[in-house]
Design a protein around this ligand. Sequence first.
Ligand SMILES: [Zn+2]
Length: 299
Amino acid sequence: MDTWNIGNIRVTRILEMLDPLRTPAEWFPDSTDEAIRPHLHWLVPKSLSPVTGQIILPIQSYLVQTSRHTILVDGCVGNNKMCGYFPHWYDRNDNTFLEQLARAGVAPEQVDFVLCTHLHVDHCGWNTRLVNGRWVPTFPNARYIIARRELEAAEAGRNDPRDRTYEYNVLPIVEAGRVVVVDMDYAVDDEVSLEPTPGHTAGHVAIRIRSCGQEAVFSGDLMHWPLQCLYPDWNFRYDTDPDLARRTRWAFLEACAENGHIVITSHFPLPSLGTITRRQASFWFEDHPSLPSTKRGVS
Ligand SMILES: [Zn+2]
């Protein structure tokens, strides 16, 4: 189990899946083989499957334990969701998510806050679980913090027959009275706060943590792959506002290169956290130096 300290805050990875899913061209319509080719030596095999040529995309949450609160950042796909995006996301019955939480010493009842960077299917699944045919909050005592704009966007998509994320993962926690609707710059306290990073979705937020002079930021889905640091104009296929997604990515990377804070990503290859440095006219993602180094080299 991977755990890191940001000052006195402990961050633990809760990994649900690690599978090759679609090719770079499918996820990033702006990408080209010519741009990717010089990076294959470090992309394969951690980030690109040598067998299928598909991107290996971790689906993961992070447990954040501060001196005051037990917080879950994002909620993976979850169980029993009739989610048709990929066969193995459909009607899952896998309790390793809750088992990892238990190994970290946390029972669902002990989670104080669930912070969703956004309400896509792979970030809010464990918001709920199916008990006796009813969706109930997985974390019964938690306040689920959701940006108003994100909640409104999710509500607007509730009748999409292909995507029942709102019905499964959001409406039950609203009806249970567990949701706290906030502005996109909401602060839980002086250690944990949200930061507006719209574009992937309308109400997408990054989540910043700070303790004892150290800072880190959970970047959610404002980027999905390390090559987007070198090519910040490459949008993800499902960025809902392409121009805004690009502007947000550039501004975020610029700020991270400036302040040197640790960036904790959702979908970058494990270990998924590192720092941003400047490279040519754009940026580069360096794996966290305290972790086993990957095969990534200078190019
Ligand atoms: Zn995602």
